[in-house]
Design a protein around this ligand. Structure first.
Ligand code: FES
Length: 368
């Protein structure tokens, strides 16, 4: 390395106290590794989604990205075995008079291996065909020995009515899906929360993909049913809602609205009250996702505080023609609204930032 082409990073002791340190080569952030008595200097931006490698950890000779665990050899910059061509730029490094130096420019280039895009990442285009209605049951039960569910009964009634009106219908029962709870990638950085969801991209066994597919790509109408559990929607609803953060977050970080011209309606049934509280929560969240609502967007039934006779509650719902009629009418309103939106589909408006959740986020200037 010639004297003129090198940049001083600092005294050697500054980098020998820990396995990974951050430094700057001009305006470029780099990660300095120190392991087995050797230094390595790499560009600090991860190939995947821009994660800050200097905040990662060392696993043997590999730097592990703190966002989704991609790995790079700490001295060559090559990706982990099998993904060597996913490489980050490497800098020459030398020690002179107790000072650490790096070349003023990288000596290798960033290279990206070809990764097949996840199927969910395809453009959101409504395919021609009848209105498509997806029912989402959020009640939990032992699926091997299912019990009667009043919220499921009314959801089935609504879906049957939608089919009678010519809609294509499908149902997703969250209790039958195996999916992980959100692991808080957004809490590392807004940009660490990706679309498709980071978990979905890393874990092919995770079945939340079915919900994403039907909400973002397939459905025109979502009818969601929930029991009331301690005054709130079901725990499975909240597990799903947390995983839908990545859909809402695309608006914040990429100005990309994934849900357009879609309608949501709700069925809320409980042996405990707080129907309006549950409805408000559901409406608020689905509005943030971009859904529209028909007039009177939810139906509900609650047995109330003073009558915890759930056997009687079940019979009441099973025998109530009025509640079934309500479920059918909800389906009619939702389909009417979907027709209204699809028949008058305009070019989408841009989403103005002012007053929206969070201001526009700029990617940190980590490396060119
Ligand atoms: S693994 Fe580095 S940003 Fe995803």
């Amino acid at each position: 390395m010639s004297q003129t082409s090198r940049i001083e990073l600092g005294p050697v002791e500054q980098f020998t106290g820990r396995p990974l340190s951050a430094a700057m080569v001009g305006v470029v952030r780099v990660v300095v590794s120190w392991t087995d008595g050797q230094f390595g200097v790499l560009a600090a931006r991860c190939n995947h989604a821009g994660g800050p490698l200097a905040d990662g950890r060392l696993d043997g000779e590999y730097i592990v990205c703190p966002w989704h665990n991609w790995k790079y050899h700490c001295r060559t910059g090559a990706g982990e075995p099998g993904y060597e061509s996913d490489a980050v730029p490497r800098y020459d490094v030398m020690v002179s008079d107790g000072r650490l130096y790096a070349s003023s420019a990288p000596v290798t280039r960033r290279t990206n291996a070809h990764h097949e895009p996840h199927p969910l990442a395809r453009p959101v285009i409504r395919e021609p065909g009848p209105i498509r209605v997806v029912g989402i049951s959020t009640t939990n039960m032992d699926v091997a020995y299912p019990r009667f569910s009043a919220s499921d009964l009314l959801l089935e009634e609504a879906l049957t009515q939608a089919a009678v009106l010519g809609a294509e219908t499908r149902v997703i029962k969250l209790a039958k899906l195996s999916f992980r709870a959100c692991e808080g990638y957004y809490s590392k950085s807004a940009h660490a929360c990706t679309w498709p969801c980071s978990i979905t991209q890393m874990d092919s066994e995770d079945q939340m993909e079915r919900v994403y597919e039907h909400l973002v790509h397939w459905g025109d109408v979502v009818l969601l049913s929930t029991p009331i559990r301690w005054g709130s929607a079901s725990s499975l609803y909240f597990r799903m809602a947390e995983r839908l953060n990545c859909v809402q977050n695309q608006v914040t970080i990429a100005n990309r609205v994934l849900i357009r011209n879609k309608v949501a309606g709700f069925i809320i049934v409980g042996g405990q009250d707080n129907v309006q509280g549950v409805a408000g929560q559901l409406l608020g969240f689905f509005a943030e996702l971009g859904f529209h609502f028909p007039p009177f967007p939810y139906i509900a039934h609650s047995r109330g505080w003073s009558a915890e006779d759930m056997e009687r509650n079940m019979v009441m719902v099973q025998e109530s023609e009025e509640l079934r009629e309500g479920a059918r009418a909800l389906a009619v309103r939702a389909l009417d609204h979907a027709h209204l939106l699809l028949d008058h589909d305009h070019a989408p408006h841009a989403t103005a930032r002012g007053g929206r959740k969070a201001h526009r986020l700029a990617k940190r200037d980590m490396e060119g």
